[in-house]
Design a protein around this ligand. Structure first.
Ligand SMILES: [Zn+2]
Ligand SMILES: [Zn+2]
Length: 216
């Protein structure tokens, strides 16, 4: 057990414990700390300050995701993405306000349901997608950077995967990324890379087969 200080407040750190989250085992750091409010309560009431428990959602083996301003910070459950796509569709050009968008596909498990602290910092914009689906797009409420999106199928079920913007994933291996929707590409596609005109034959998290008109 270690005692350390953060912003002038004592922060008591206990050894990592193991928690079962969504059926998967992750290691979490558990912090016991005392808020200024709790201090005030102590002085007024003379009792022991109420402690609150804050645990980091970081998993040691996952990848760190950080927005441009640093407000959004969390870890993936997987040590690497299932796939990385450079998407040249019109929507990704608009979304990225650039030539194409890069999506790193991770299992949603371990990120969703969102931790309340993280959820409070994110904003959501939902846009309709093909065939009655909806895309929940998450962005930083402070710097506005798109962080990730997740698709809900027509029946309301969320996909098993989440698409995180590649530039936010620290240490991402960009080699082997597939170029998709190249039919609307506005920049040359490098030679020798895996590519397809539209949606890839198989996309992680999709519950059915190929959909020719599907956008990421
Ligand atoms: Zn931000
Ligand atoms: Zn796209």
């Amino acid at each position: 057990m270690a005692l350390r200080f953060k912003k002038g407040l004592p922060l008591l750190t206990v050894p990592k414990i193991r928690l079962l989250v969504s059926g998967h085992q992750h290691e979490h750091s558990v912090f016991l700390s005392f808020s200024p409010k709790a201090k005030a309560e102590k002085s007024h009431r003379g009792g022991l300050p109420s402690a609150f428990i804050r645990y980091s959602s970081s998993t040691p083996k996952g990848m760190e995701v950080k927005c441009q301003c640093g407000t959004i910070s969390f870890s993936t459950s997987n040590p690497s993405p299932l796939s990385v796509y450079h998407c040249h569709c019109i929507e990704c050009q608009k979304q990225s306000s650039s030539a194409f968008g890069t999506s790193a596909i991770f299992p949603a498990d371990g990120i969703f349901p969102l931790h309340p602290e993280l959820k409070a910092k994110l904003r959501i914009w939902t846009r309709p997608s093909n065939e009655g689906r909806a895309m929940d797009c998450y962005f930083c409420g402070k710097c506005g950077v798109r962080v990730m999106h997740r698709i809900r199928d027509a029946d309301g079920r969320e996909r098993d995967t989440v698409s995180i913007k590649g530039g936010l994933v620290e240490g991402l291996n960009w080699k082997g990324a597939k170029h998709i929707y190249t039919r609307s590409a506005v920049v040359p596609i490098p030679h020798g890379v895996e590519r397809c005109d539209g949606a890839p034959e198989e996309m992680e998290g999709r519950k059915e087969g190929k959909r020719k008109t599907d956008n990421t």
